[in-house]
Design a protein. Structure first.
Length: 117
């Protein structure tokens, strides 16, 4: 399991995983800014900066938009990836399970923003 979205364009997003995969994710416990999916030239390359802009046409980002449009909650799973130094203070502790289900959240905004170079 790694940071990402489970869902489809047609059925919306079922869940997201927050595990320190994106430095731009913001986790305040009861609210989250989730960076989304895409932008890496090699999708298995989780530890290098994005090589291209993400799009809302990406099926996973589109799934989040569908959840927002239909008011469907998304399950949030917080995790801790071995070897990563940066974690949300709301991630499972070192002594807990590696991943933890943390409840249903409502998507209130999906959009694009320019990342400064």
């Amino acid at each position: 399991m790694r940071a990402g979205v489970h869902g489809s364009k047609s059925n919306a997003a079922y869940s997201i995983v927050l595990s320190g995969g994106h430095d731009d994710d913001i986790d305040k416990g009861d609210s989250i800014v989730f960076t989304g999916i895409g932008g890496r030239p090699n999708r298995k390359d989780l530890f290098h900066p994005a090589g291209a802009d993400q799009t809302l046409e990406n099926r996973y980002n589109a799934a989040l938009r569908k959840s927002m449009e239909n008011g469907l909650p998304v399950r949030v799973i917080r995790g801790r990836t071995p070897g990563k130094v940066r974690y949300s203070r709301y991630a499972p502790s070192y002594f807990e399970l590696r991943y933890r289900y943390d409840g249903l959240y409502i998507v209130v905004y999906v959009g694009l923003s320019i990342y400064p170079l």
